[in-house]
Design a protein around this ligand. Structure first.
Ligand code: ATP
Ligand code: MG
Length: 580
């Protein structure tokens, strides 16, 4: 993928951008109300311009999807625009790999920034010039305190801070020192440029925060041009201002930073965006923090950022979640002013709902048990018609081969069936879906006493699984013809964490003690119906009775790999129904 989609003609989202807007349009919330009022009062001449501002220090996760859908949805609904801007002020943690993945993920979600892809680093020169303006106005000074001293002088919530002994340097001295900081004369950490706000402010963010630090480090875009770098808090608001952002939407933790952003904008006398804060998304059994997700990658708890167990957008995409399901989920969870926790089941529900409409049904046996149909002619193969999707007649039918030896799931047979077990057992008749009705006549055991083969007879009058005489069988099970089965690897996933709140420390020291050791199970000998032979990575299927599965990028010719996207059981849907 191109690094610079500004000039990339393929820089278009893969799915209809309006879908995000439509989903959001139906949903009313306080940010939308603010925008409606702004439009009514003629503020910003009715213009709506938002942005999504990721820091390229990791891959995007499901929480970011909420922010993207919100920012893009509002821009869409009100005929406005959304920019994509990388907040790349920290040269040490940022990598081009992250930039590329973020571009791919935002596009996958269907949000369109058109030609407005920006970087905070695009504005380093302007930010520097504004810093000089603030020095000249007496609003900023060069401070020689060490980082530790700055912290000490800052005070606490209950105690006011102390003024730096360098606070009252002359404008000339400040200009000279700042210029020399920029030209590389001083070592890392020896000096900072600080804003002169108020060391007694009850808001710690206002106690002369640092604007610039010295860092002799290469930046992924500006190389070694700079050895002073602006702090995020000095950068963010001015970037919004430069881009003419009308509504600067961010998460609640930035509420206390807003007075500082407003202070810079006012001191510089530049366009004033309006910052509005909303609640971060937290999901049960899921960690949404780039720092901790990075630790999972670095410690090889998962196989990379796009491991299908990861809550990253690249992880869930690989697992088979669709952008449509993500957008539906984001519009359902809403936007508020209080942080809460959303059930992971709500996201899975949206995924199932979407895949139910679009995924082709197929038959696959994960834990095979051999069934020999004694009275079926040796060497005969019949092609059985199977429905591709009962939800969508347009998806048509396919032919599935039936023969003398088939595989069924081990679970679908019991030598001694417990009460309420209606599947195959000695003497019992079941329907092989789209095949025939078969009756179990015997079993074969190995030396360990395990059932390794089931013997059956079939009723030739029941072709297609029909019962012309109207007799009932209690169970229909899936199967795959042994002679036609294709081999594959199937990966089953459970949540990465055992606790609803992965940060819950009651089970041990910290979040790493809550990891689920069984989050991945590899099924190495499944039997798949032959129509799956052409599956391409990213394609989704419903394996009948088992769940939704998606072909993985690890698939090779002759060796397909599938990820389980989600099981079929939808406890959330049941709960919803019960609630009415
Ligand atoms: P993390 O803690 O995972 O690193 P972050 O907030 O530092 O997240 P940024 O790259 O700075 O990540 O975030 C880009 C945008 O996405 C910000 O506007 C931020 O508020 C928003 N965002 C991040 N996490 C969430 C979340 N869990 N829910 C909603 N929005 C989020
Ligand atoms: Mg951040």
């Amino acid at each position: 993928m191109s690094n610079d989609p500004k000039g990339d003609p393929t820089g278009k989202p893969t799915s209809t951008p309006s879908a995000t807007g439509e989903a959001q349009a139906r949903q009313s919330h306080f940010i939308r109300d603010i925008i409606l009022q702004d439009i009514a009062s003629g503020k910003h001449a009715g213009r709506v311009h938002t942005r999504f501002p990721p820091e390229p220090n990791g891959y995007l996760h499901i929480g970011h999807a909420k922010s993207i859908c919100l920012n893009y949805g509002l821009a869409q609904e009100f005929g406005g625009k959304m920019n994509l801007r990388f907040d790349d002020t920290n040269p040490c943690k940022e990598e081009t790999e992250y930039v590329d993945s973020i571009i791919e993920d935002v596009r996958w979600l269907g949000a369109d920034w058109e030609d407005r892809l920006f970087y905070a680093s695009d504005y380093f020169q302007q930010l520097y010039e504004w810093a000089v303006v603030l020095i000249k106005k007496g609003n900023a000074y060069v401070c020689d305190l060490t980082a530790e001293q700055v912290r000490e002088y800052r005070g606490t919530l209950s105690e006011p801070g102390k003024e730096s002994p360098f606070r009252n340097r002359s404008v000339e001295e400040n200009l000279d020192l700042f210029e020399r900081m920029k030209s590389g004369e001083f070592p890392d950490g020896s000096r900072t440029l600080r804003s002169k706000v108020d060391m007694a402010s009850p808001n710690l963010n206002m106690r002369d925060p640092v604007m610039y630090r010295i860092l002799h480090a290469e930046h992924h875009r500006t190389g070694d041009k700079w050895c002073i770098y602006p702090m995020y808090d000095y950068t963010h608001g001015q970037c919004d201002s430069i881009e003419g952002i009308t509504h600067s939407i961010c998460t609640l933790e930035f509420e206390d930073h807003r007075p500082l952003y407003d202070w810079y904008i006012q001191a510089l006398g530049i366009f004033a965006p309006q910052q509005i804060e909303f609640d971060r998304l937290n999901l049960t059994y899921t960690l949404l923090s780039k720092r901790k997700l990075l630790a999972l990658v670095q410690n090889k708890v998962v196989n990379g950022w796009d491991d299908p167990r990861m809550p990253t957008l690249s992880g869930i995409r690989r697992r088979g979640y669709t952008p449509e399901a993500m957008r539906t989920f984001c519009s359902r969870i809403g936007v508020s002013k209080t942080n809460g926790m959303i059930e992971f089941g709500l996201l899975e529900h949206a995924v199932r709902e979407d895949l139910n409409k679009r995924a082709r049904r197929v038959m696959a046996v994960l834990r095979p048990l051999r069934v020999v149909i004694e009275n079926y002619p040796e060497g005969q193969v019949e092609m059985m018609e199977a429905i591709n999707n009962p939800e969508d007649a347009a998806m048509g039918t396919r032919q599935v081969p039936f023969s003398k030896v088939v595989y069924i799931e081990q679970d679908d047979f019991r030598e001694q069936p417990p009460k309420h077990f209606y599947r195959l057992s000695p003497g019992r008749e079941v329907r092989l879906r789209y095949g025939y009705l078969v009756t179990c006549t015997g079993i074969v055991k190995n030396e360990q006493g395990e059932v390794v083969e089931v013997r059956c007879t079939y009723d030739p009058a029941t072709r297609g699984g029909n019962t012309p005489d109207g007799r009932k069988v209690k169970s229909t099970i899936h199967w795959v013809s042994a002679a036609h089965a294709i081999e594959a690897e199937v990966r089953l996933y459970e949540s990465l964490f055992l606790t609803e709140d992965p940060n819950d420390s009651s089970r041990g020291q910290d979040w790493t003690d809550n990891l689920n050791p069984n989050s991945l199970e590899v099924i190495s000998n499944p039997k798949l119906e032959p129509s799956l032979a052409g599956a391409v990575p990213g394609e989704s299927y419903q394996f009948e009775r088992l769940g939704y599965f998606c072909a993985d990028k690890d698939s090779a010719p002759g060796r397909l790999v599938f990820n389980r996207t989600a099981g079929l059981r939808d406890s959330y849907a049941k709960m919803e129904k019960a609630k009415g």
